[in-house]
Design a protein around this ligand. Structure first.
Ligand code: EPU
Length: 418
């Protein structure tokens, strides 16, 4: 429940990156000792992934470390299960990240094939083709992908498109394969680099991450490691946007400006001032919101995971903003909800034309996916009157206690138990 119209100001902390923690958790399946992930936030997706690792025989604890930060510890157990059941995969597609590690370490995996989701069809053909090139046999039975291999062998794999978890899955599998794997047209996302850093700490031989060619020389075994996870660059954009949409002044501590250049550039062009300050990024806006165009693209382009939040911001712009979504085919679910608040947005195919309005008005709204929920919260912060966002379990998948952090910045926002 949000009472809009308050200007946000102050400092808040950015959590560890969800999309770096999930692959790191999957990578723990490759290790012979415990993997500790420092800075893992309390998120639904991380709890779901912990459950999955538990089913696969690992022991997972999530608690406070000696330094006061949150540490997720994953110790390999004795059990050798290799199945990711439908009940979990259907709630979290990232479960597919266990495919490569299970196959590499245990020679087999049975994973429920993820179906489509709220934002698009999201096939995993690139993951499967890569593993097949490395010698895996795969088949589909009763909705499950069954894969097996005696030992994977290194291969040359060229992706048809940039895929983040596809690159991560193959990088993990290749770490224990026999020989050298070259991944071409690999994803450049900072989360891929974060995973490479962890795998190296575990003893893997990887180079080239952050470029579109990654070379992995397989090793016989990997050991446990302690890994400080990168800051969440999507949250690092969402929190300052919450400030900017209210004409506020918010500093996101822990944010790494160099990993969000595309967002910083659009914020500046919209009239916000963005400064790197020691340990964080400060964003403030005083004048009108200038409408700017945005086209999502793989990193280092504008992230699809910030598109919905930026659209909420542009709905209050001083002109027209054209927003194109090029990664997912159905990622405009927030548009119909924003319209209920008075936003003027027309959608044609993968393009939304946003005609800025002087004000939004609060309304009851339905969250449909993680980033759409964040966009509705941002709109609610700026709107006149009260906004009620339903189904906020979507928000809890990827933002830890967002309402607390926003209220510490001056927002009037509370979680209402039903
Ligand atoms: N694609 C295929 N075949 C494949 C793999 C991908 O056609 O085998 C297509 C997808 O359908 C999509 C495009 O390639 O059109 C890119 O998808 P990608 O594989 O990169 O997405 P992902 O790895 O499933 C990750 C993030 C998403 C984020 C995207 C894009 C994780 C766990 N998830 O998904 O995060 O939107 O990359 O940056 O890292 C979120 O956090 O809200 C979220 C959805």
């Amino acid at each position: 429940m949000i009472k809009g119209g308050r200007r946000l100001s102050g400092t808040c902390r950015v959590s560890g990156a969800k999309n770096a923690v999930l692959p790191a958790m999957a990578a723990s399946l490759l290790a012979e000792g415990p993997v500790e992930i420092v800075g893992a936030p309390r998120l639904r997706d991380i709890a779901t992934f912990s459950k999955l690792l538990g089913i696969l025989g690992a022991e997972v604890t999530h608690g406070g470390g000696a330094d006061g930060g949150e540490v997720l510890r994953i110790a390999p157990g004795d059990a050798r299960k290799a199945e990711a059941p439908y009940e979990l995969v259907k709630t979290m597609r990232a479960s597919v990240l266990v495919l490569g590690p299970l196959l590499a370490r245990q020679g087999r995996a049975r994973i429920s094939l993820p179906g489509g989701c709220a934002i698009g069809a999201r096939p995993i053909d690139q993951h499967l083709r890569g593993l097949e090139l490395m010698g895996a046999r795969t088949s589909l039975s009763e909705g499950y992908i069954e894969a097996s291999a005696d030992r994977l062998s290194g291969a040359a794999v060229t992706f048809d498109m940039k895929t983040v978890t596809g690159t991560e899955n193959l990088m993990m599998a290749a770490s224990l394969a026999k020989g050298t794997t070259v991944l071409s047209n690999a994803a450049l996302e900072p989360e891929v680099c974060d995973l490479a850093r962890l795998l190296r700490a575990m003893g893997a031989d990887i180079e080239g991450e952050g470029t579109d060619e990654i070379v992995i020389r397989g090793v016989r075994s990997l050991h446990g490691a302690r890994h400080e996870v990168m800051a969440d660059r999507i949250e690092a954009a969402t929190l300052p946007l919450a400030g900017a949409i209210t004409g506020g002044d918010v500093t996101a501590m822990g944010a790494d400006a160099s990993s969000m250049n595309a967002v910083v550039e659009k914020l500046r062009r919209s009239g916000a001032e963005v400064d790197s300050v020691p340990g964080g990024v400060r964003v403030r806006r005083e004048g009108p919101i200038r409408s700017v165009n945005v086209k999502t693209a793989p990193y280092p382009g504008f992230p699809t995971d910030v598109q919905a939040q930026f659209m909420a911001y542009m709905s209050l712009g001083d002109g027209f903003s054209i927003i194109s979504e090029t990664i997912f085919e159905n990622r405009f679910m927030h548009v119909a909800e924003l319209r209920r608040m008075g936003a003027r947005i027309d959608v044609s195919g993968n393009t939304a034309a946003v005609k800025g309005v002087p004000a939004l008005s609060g309304a009851p709204l339905m969250a449909t996916d993680l980033r759409a929920s964040a966009s509705l919260v941002l709109a609610g912060l700026a709107a006149k009157g009260t906004t009620e966002v339903l189904r906020i379990y979507h928000l809890d998948r990827g933002y830890e206690a967002l309402e607390h952090r926003l209220s510490s910045l001056g927002a009037d926002i509370t979680r209402v138990k039903e």
